[in-house]
Design a protein around this ligand. Structure first.
Ligand code: CA
Length: 377
């Protein structure tokens, strides 16, 4: 650790949180085994102590000011400060400042940080069921997954399963529908997918793997160069708004619509004990502000995507669609992936079953209303 790192760490330690006004309550020394089911109890409200400021350490998996995801969290933090009259401060740590981008889950679980903003499918190695909280290929749209989470039992399942890690999740945004990705060569049939090296994470990656694609995991900074040099043949990322900034169109100009991430959820997750110790008003402020962030991020993705699509058209990038045999193979592959993961993991089976029950009904309604309308509009 160099001196600069040390100073950063020292400053961080000096602002370590004083939750619920308990100044002498050393957060990092808490024995979590004694609080396995710490939860909000409305009968035991702790109200704001106006004389003390509560500070929450929140790390993200994004660089500082990262468009929409990063800036969305920054707006959330400002909102919390404003609504709480400054009595609650969310101190943000962009990726790698306090903890590495993909170490936020463990850091929050252990109590090193109080909260994080990231994506649930990054933790599928801990429990494959967690990838389902991001979404499902051919599954829910952004609107449908919000509905399942809030009114179909999704959030309860998620909180129950994260509780084993001392974590308490909220929805923290949605990318809205994502694009299939950028390819160096056009895809005219399933045969063209065979052996392709493609950057694609999550359940989508597992589905593409069954279809003959070779999924590669690369960090954001490595994708462009890998595509340019032909180390990979294709990549998915998010949608026009973020993809255009990555410049993929310059080296892989065939851009396809997609079905692998139709409405991916981002998470705002708290250490369960940290959250339970917050004053009742502060808990309520976080609930309201996270709900605003969840909605606004999806709307902002939409707003930025429609502008970026026009820019792509000016660059002569046309939106293509996968050939029918590719999409059909994707559906078959998804069935196999679900069967395998359900057989291996009862948590996955349980979450998938809840999603599938809701999706069946949701599809019927969405087909009768939205699908009809979009086709006719
Ligand atoms: Ca993606």
């Amino acid at each position: 650790m160099n001196r600069r790192d040390f100073l950063t760490t020292a400053t961080t330690a000096s602002v370590a949180l004083t939750l619920g006004g308990c100044n002498d309550d050393n957060h990092q020394a808490i024995d979590y085994s004694k609080h396995p089911h710490a939860k909000r109890d409305d009968n035991k409200r702790v109200n704001i102590n106006k004389n003390k400021k509560t500070v929450i350490k929140l790390a993200t998996s994004w660089p500082a000011h990262f468009p929409i995801m990063g800036t969305g969290v920054e707006k959330f933090a400002q909102r919390v400060k404003d609504i709480s009259g400054g009595s609650l401060e969310i101190k943000l740590y962009p990726k790698n400042v306090l903890v590495p981008a993909l170490a936020v889950f463990d850091a929050c679980s252990s109590g090193q940080i109080d909260a994080f903003h990231s994506g649930p499918y990054y933790w599928k190695g801990k429990n494959s069921a967690f990838s389902l909280y991001s979404g499902l290929p051919f599954g829910f749209t952004a609107e449908e997954i919000n509905s399942w989470m809030l009114f179909g039992g999704g959030l309860e399942l998620w909180r129950e399963q994260y509780a084993k890690y001392n974590l308490y999740p909220f929805m923290g945004g949605n990318t809205n529908i994502q694009m299939g990705g950028w390819f160096r060569k056009p895809i005219n049939s399933l045969e063209d997918m065979q052996g392709l090296k493609m950057r694609i994470p999550g359940l989508g990656g597992e589905v593409f793997s069954k279809m003959g694609v070779n999924p590669i995991l690369l960090s954001a900074g490595e994708i462009y160069t890998s595509l340019e040099r032909g180390v990979i043949d294709a990549t998915e990322w998010v949608g026009p708004a973020l993809d255009i900034k990555m410049g993929f169109y310059k080296v892989a100009p065939y851009y396809y619509s997609g079905w692998h991430e139709p409405g991916s959820i981002l998470e705002l997750t708290f250490n369960k004990y940290s959250f339970s110790k917050l004053a009742f008003e502060h808990q309520s402020i976080i609930e309201v502000a996270s709900s605003e962030m969840n909605a606004n991020m999806a709307y902002e993705f939409h707003a930025e995507n429609i502008k970026a699509l026009q820019k792509l058209k000016e660059l002569n990038i046309n939106i293509l669609q996968y050939p029918k045999d590719v999409t059909e193979a994707g559906k078959v592959a998804l069935g196999e992936v679900i069967k395998e993961l359900s057989d291996k993991n009862k948590d996955f089976k349980r979450v998938y079953s809840s999603i599938n029950d809701y999706l069946k009904l949701s599809k019927e309604w969405s087909d009768a209303s939205l699908k009809y309308f979009l086709n006719e509009r």
